[in-house]
Design a protein around this ligand. Sequence first.
Ligand SMILES: NC(=O)C1=CN([C@@H]2O[C@H](COP(=O)(O)OP(=O)(O)OC[C@H]3O[C@@H](n4cnc5c(N)ncnc54)[C@H](O)[C@@H]3O)[C@@H](O)[C@H]2O)C=CC1
Ligand SMILES: O=CCc1c[nH]c2ccccc12
Length: 292
Amino acid sequence: MTSAAALKTFTLSNGIKIPSIAAGFGTKWASRHRPEQKEDELDPGVIQGVKDAIAAGIYHIDGAEVYGTEGEIGVAISESGVKREDLYITTKIMKNVTDPIAALKTSLTKLKTDYVDLYLIHAPFFFDNLEEVWKGLETLHKEGKAKSIGVSNFKVEHLERILKVAEIKPVINQIEFHPYLQNQSPGIVEFSQKHGVLIEAYSPLGPIKEKGPLDPILEDLSKKYSKTPAQIIIRWTLQRNVLPVTASAKPDRLKEANEVFDFTLTEEEVSKITEVGNSHEKRFFWTDGKYF
Ligand SMILES: NC(=O)C1=CN([C@@H]2O[C@H](COP(=O)(O)OP(=O)(O)OC[C@H]3O[C@@H](n4cnc5c(N)ncnc54)[C@H](O)[C@@H]3O)[C@@H](O)[C@H]2O)C=CC1
Ligand SMILES: O=CCc1c[nH]c2ccccc12
């Protein structure tokens, strides 16, 4: 069995290592956007949140053009005291898909950096020229502005379209993934993994957000390993070879999320969570462009 600490990074299909826990600055962070908030007004709470994640040892930060948090991420990483090359910064394109070159230029200015580690197509639902957008991402990769490129919320049919034209294959598909939603769309995890596309899990903590059949199992495992249910789920995610993107405004919870490299669930425990999770489907986010 591989050691618990071995999962601290995953290796992408292009050979680049990626820190295996990410802190996300979308969703609730983005809800700070009140109608009266000006585009260039930065939220000190989000800046502090990114700094807290970095201080907790989570060097992998997940943002997106549409979250409106790139400016805060830029300030936080430049003030973090951690060298840029030691951080792993993701952003995503969704609005400005007609011009990916210009879209990333704007994102990089906000992020105060010359490159992102990972640039993702945020979702395939709102435009049809996926192949063209992918070609734009390939150009940005060749120019060194995106060290790796990938996708998010892609179904098998969307990945197939990209793989047909790709000179550079996507390294990641970021989807909703947790024990209660192990295939955001039919067959997507198996297909992605077969093609060397790492699955990144957003909303990995789904099962602790409401009651469900996993509750007693998580409770037992929490006692056995002296870990919280959140840590058990994060560990299960990693042992499924999936990279969790978690979020919290509470520094202690970020620290907790990163303290999962000193224990290993047995294969039977991983299978049990998988099996019981599969008996209860719950989706927290969108599919086909519709929010829930
Ligand atoms: N590509 C996409 O379409 C999407 C990407 N994302 C990305 O994923 C990130 C994370 O998504 P979330 O759904 O927020 O992830 P999550 O499943 O980690 O949920 C976070 C929430 O869980 C709770 N929580 C966190 N730690 C906890 C703990 N230790 N104990 C108990 N409760 C805890 C808090 O309420 C927190 O707001 C986003 O910020 C964003 O970056 C999210 C949704 C869609
Ligand atoms: O990525 C998560 C879902 C999402 C898509 N667009 C927005 C805008 C603001 C917050 C979350 C999201």
